[in-house]
Design a protein around this ligand. Structure first.
Ligand code: ATP
Ligand code: MG
Ligand code: MG
Length: 580
């Protein structure tokens, strides 16, 4: 593949590498005081990035941007990218999500192995270390236990135009805070009755610097640490510590964390000052998150769609989750291509959903085998073709790859064609079948329509045509007659029946969750349709093989519901953008 285009993060990394900013940095790898003692030995990795999902839901297309960015930078600069579970919020987290996230990152084509290290981490493994750091902060005069409840803390925090006021507990002796923190840990105090806060500046223009909470009490079961803890670190404090313990060099996050950066730097500098961490420290950089039209990516909203049954699960093919996109037929290469095309910048923007679809087409067009399917079938009877006779027709598996081989499939007297390819009363410029008109049956013969048969309700049950024996595709007579219409078909006696699932966008509003809209009201009631179609024999459906059915789009076997006996196919995307 071509070298990745430069961006501001690459420029920063290249400057850091040129100035040896991280030379000699030892990756600790082991949480706890050992991490500090071991610093100073040379690091084998040049840069270290991390992808830090919280295991409280499935990954979505927005996460793909962060995954491709972080793992891609590590790959391109011979560094390491850590997969770290930011599991500091016990109520919403679960092992199911951990497994799904691991599976998805691997499916996208990335791994966390680097020179023999397995860089898979859990923030919860650092809880004891973080606790020690908190004690050090208290002793150093940088943190205190505040006995105000959350409402009081909010009330004294001030506003953007008004300074906050100091807590009455702010200047209590360190020993008292140490004792109370210990009691908090031991479960002696109720949720919300007190918290450990950093002592910074209640008058700071940056609200995040007004004595942010470091630990809160939560009597909750954690999916990994069980009931060992009832105090849990806040994200803003846990995150820089996790980065530092793992020797992360570039901590790349989305723009909404820009205002957190002063605290990120402050807390790490204090821990260095207190001898808990050593230079060089990680630095945080922000980039614009992916906002995709017609999609919601808030995990809370995705969870709501699943819980309330608006979709069939996290991997419903209409979901913007990577599990859903995978089931729909998206390839890892298409998603990587999409992320590459997005680029990386600090400017917020909204990307149209069609950009994602086009990346899939561009990935599949050169590689997908072709076949024919009929989704809305009506019978075409070739009345002058002998009953019981069959012969083979030929077509390239992929027209972009002349050496890629041919497929063959039978022609016979009775075929399935698309209902829409016949009109009794054709509109202007309709070149397909209507009485008296001549078309080519693609890869087969030229036929002239002679009429149709209807049932008692006037529904067309059969279309009739006569073929011209010398006009078969690939024979010398094939170009003797010029036609404007070219229609696809399958032999009725040979075609494979299949359930075909057709999807449209899950939301009909391009900005389903803008402002204070109720995103559920924007759900597209016609986002899912099932038809019984017929497939060209030989187009064996599997979840790992994507077919292009001519004129119709790209299709893949549904990885949950399809069986060899009863194929179920999803349309991943149409051939052209039909959504204007
Ligand atoms: P939510 O707010 O919906 O819970 P999140 O961002 O908190 O999502 P995390 O699991 O914490 O979810 O995200 C892991 C990483 O993925 C973070 O570093 C985050 O910045 C990044 N990320 C999440 N959503 C996007 C997005 N839309 N575009 C780019 N990066 C994203
Ligand atoms: Mg998060
Ligand atoms: Mg979040």
């Amino acid at each position: 593949s071509s070298p990745a285009p430069s961006n501001f993060l690459r420029t920063i990394i290249e400057n850091d590498l040129a100035s040896h900013r991280f030379a000699g940095k030892r990756w600790a790898g082991i949480p706890g005081p050992a991490a500090v003692q071991q610093q100073g030995e040379p690091d084998v990795a040049k840069i270290r990035t991390r992808f830090p999902p919280e295991p409280n839901g499935y990954l979505h297309i927005g996460h793909a941007k962060s995954i491709c960015l972080n793992f891609g930078l590590a790959r391109d600069y011979q560094g390491a990218c850590h997969l770290r579970f930011d599991d500091t919020n016990p109520e919403k987290e679960d092992d199911e999500y951990v497994r799904a996230i691991i599976d998805t990152v691997q499916w996208l084509g990335f791994n966390w192995e680097h020179n023999g290290e397995t860089n898979l981490y859990f923030a919860s493994d650092y809880f004891e270390t973080m606790y020690g750091f908190a004690q050090a902060l208290i002793r150093g005069g940088y943190a205190y236990v505040d006995e105000q409840n959350p409402e009081q803390m909010r009330a004294t925090r001030g506003t953007l135009t008004e300074k906050g006021t100091n807590s009455p507990w702010r200047d209590r002796p360190a020993d008292e805070s140490l004792q109370l923190l210990q009691e908090m840990r031991e479960g002696k105090h109720a949720d919300g009755s007190m918290a450990l806060r950093a002592k910074i500046d209640m008058a700071s223009p940056n609200m995040n610097m007004r004595d942010p909470v470091l630990y809160r009490i939560r009597h909750a079961h954690h999916h990994r640490t069980g009931d060992a803890w009832c105090i849990y670190p806040m994200y803003a404090w846990a995150h820089p510590v996790e980065d530092a313990l793992e020797g992360i060099t570039h901590s790349i996050c989305t723009l909404e964390f820009e205002d957190q950066r002063p605290f990120y730097d402050w807390i790490l500098a204090r821990l260095v000052e207190l001898g808990q961490l050593a230079e060089p420290l990680p630095r945080q950089y922000e980039f614009a998150r992916l906002n995709l039209s017609y999609v919601v990516t808030s995990k809370r909203k995705l969870l709501q769609l699943v819980r309330e049954g608006h979709v069939a699960g996290w991997d419903d093919p209409r979901m913007p989750t990577l599990a859903g996109l995978r089931r729909r037929g998206y390839t890892p290469a298409a998603i990587r291509l999409f992320c590459e095309r997005l680029g990386v910048s600090k400017a917020d923007s909204r990307i149209d959903y069609s950009i994602l679809e086009q990346a899939l087409r561009d990935d599949l067009d050169p590689i997908a085998d072709r076949g024919v399917a009929v989704l809305d079938p009506v019978k075409l009877v070739i009345t002058n073709y002998p009953e019981g006779q069959t012969e083979l027709c030929h077509a390239p598996l992929n027209p972009h790859d002349p050496e890629g081989g041919q497929r063959e499939f039978p022609f016979s007297r009775e075929l399935w064609i698309e209902r829409d390819d016949f009109r009794e009363d054709p509109p202007k410029k309709y070149f397909r079948l209507f009485p008296g008109n001549t078309v080519r049956l693609k890869y087969g013969y030229i036929v002239t329509c002679t009429g149709c048969v209807k049932d008692e309700n006037g529904n067309i049950t059969e279309v009739h045509a006569e073929y011209m024996p010398d006009t078969k595709s690939g024979t010398p007579g094939s170009s003797a007659v010029k036609v404007k219409g070219n229609i696809t078909w399958v032999s009725a006696a040979h075609a494979i029946p299949a359930e075909i699932r057709l999807y449209d966008r899950l939301f009909s509003d391009p900005h389903p969750d803008a402002g204070d809209k109720d995103f559920l009201e924007a759900i597209n009631p016609d986002s899912f349709q099932v038809v019984q179609g017929w497939l060209e024999p030989g187009t064996v459906a599997s979840p790992d093989k994507i077919w292009q059915f001519e004129r119709l789009g790209y299709f893949v076997a549904d990885r949950v519901d399809s069986t060899p006996e009863k194929p179920v196919l999803n349309r991943a995307v149409t051939l052209r953008d039909t959504w204007v």
